[in-house]
Design a protein around this ligand. Sequence first.
Ligand code: DGJ
Length: 719
Amino acid sequence: HARPPATFIALHGTHSSLLLECPPHEAPLWRYWGPRLPDSAAAPALRATRALPSFMLDFDQPLTVLPSFGVGWFGQSALLAHRNGQDFAQAITACEIEWLTPGQSLVLHLNDAVAQLRIDLRLSLDPASDVLTLQTGITNLGAGALDVQWLAAATLPLPGQATQVRSYAGQHNHEFMLQTDTLSRSLWRRENRRGRTSHDCFPGAVVTTPGSTEHSGLVFGAHLAWSGNHQQSIEWLHDGQYQWQLGEWLAPGEGLLQPGEHLLTPEVVASCSMQGLNGLAANFHRELRARLNWPGGTMRPRPVHLNTWEAFYFDLEPTDVMALASAAAEVGIERFVLDDGWFQGRHNDRAGLGDWWTDTGKFPDGLAPLASHVNALGMEFGLWVEPEMVNPDSDLFRAHPDWALQIAGRALITGRHQLVLNIAHPPAADYLFEKLSALLHSLPIRYLKWDHNRDLTTAALAGGVGTAGYRVQVLAVYALLARLREAHPGVEIESCSGGGGRIDFAMLRHTHRVWGSDCIDALSRVDIQRGFGQFFPPEILGSHIGTAPAHTTGRSQSLAFRAAVAMTGHLGVELDVRLLSATMREQLGAWIGRYKAWREQIHHGQVWRGEGADSLVWQAHGDPEANNILLFVFRTAPSSHRYTPPLQLPMLDARARYRVQQLVAMDGDGALQSPAPFFSELLASGVDMDGAWLAQTGLPMPRATAETCFIVRLQRIEP
Ligand code: DGJ
């Protein structure tokens, strides 16, 4: 008999739209996600347009918001679940639509009356950022336990013209390495089972279409806001489009739901843009900025840090630390962060984690004199902690060996000589809350650097005899952070995980800065920060001026290059300022001064990135209309051209004229290899140029040595 007609759901952003078709008694069909459609856009019912191929089921099953196994869908399933071997096949039998904000945000309540489960899928499209947020919940309505092995947080459609996927690989000291794969009929999949966001597999990717560039063309991006295990896959479908699933990778048993129990996935944040990779980045940046939860409600100018780690490592000696603080204040540091090594028994990385009180052997009068000294110098005081960890050589472990994640009968596997605490165990969480709270109450700490230096293994609950605890561990750290922030709302927190091992939108609900990488080598950082910038805005990127040679790579770079690379994030200094010559200190102070003058511009508005010929990588910060732009051009390798081609700046308005001014002379360290009159004028008074010329032909580039930076301001002068 004839089915009643389908209804359609349309969500429209400023530049993007999505369309779902809702035939009765099944999950809504994905019809569209892409560039903005007119408000009135309508589509013919999908099945009416699909002539059936040979050797087909008589029921045509297109991609839905919840493709599920066993009742006519043969692709990747968004749900894999069973009840003791039963109910292994699922299909939605009813869909109820609940609008949260008409036209913008809704929940699809999907019921499977046969397998006895309910899926609640929330979808919102933010018109300001064009970011689509999706989150899925499942409830076990049956009488027996439901074992959920996989539940995608979202299933997204990608058009057939999608050709490449850009994901991020890497490792400790080299995060956000771009990995580009060509989409094909083979399944594309990336997974992480390390128990934290991970250095080597960022939970997200960007999909490009032919002809798309940094600046134009259709691209899609998605990110799973989650700090634990994850997986994503992109699969070619027989109608020529692709489906993209992202979700938490559940360890066996983690999705076991007793009757009535509920499992909620993390959120997926996704967006598409016709403005290429930079347009997509702008959408993600806008979304993250709206999510950040700043003390006092708004972001203060990002203070310049001095972080003690590479200056002292574990060798903290109060007079030295005080002297470093004094030297730091003189060059313009605004926040002094005491890194690892200050607490009980922490002389190296073999002991102490868990014993969160000051080592009075090192600091006989505690940390109060240091904190007062720092404050008296006009700086904020910050402190490093690694709460989720415990060294076997600690009072905490000796008192509570059962608090460490472990599996009874299996050897404890240490990483950096440490174990992971089961912080989902309430007494362990309470212990950490009390110890951290005591520090925050007794000392004027305005900032915590919250580290996490190993992957999770043998992560069983209940003192080693329970089920897998990866998921609850992540939820527990969010809860602990939320509890601390509620008790100490003025404190900012940095998410560090041996550098970039825990950078994601969920962690950034509770934190305000991330440590991009333990690698401070400025050349390595150009790449790392570029990958990072695809999803995250510059103001939350911890980025420091380190020593030359760099501790992690042995490469040496000029102070100018180290400073220029670092100041495109949230600037810090990570070296012993006392060891610098008077001239170097003066130069460091001058760079810090420039950062202070430019940070409002770097930390608000839009970022454009690109590559020029002859090993040039550039990054520009400015208002979206490109009226006032601060441009950093990094030369990453020696010139291989007799004449470096000019640098095209496609974001400029072709109808406008710009005053172009070089802001910093490229002197010292032999940076400028050969002068030319244009550059003398650029530095002395500036040069007026046409936007069209700069966009199409480009800005002439100086002849300079490798690992240098050319910094220019472009200001619209007319119209
Ligand atoms: C790893 C971090 O990334 C470093 O910055 C430093 O804080 C060390 N841990 C301290 O152990």
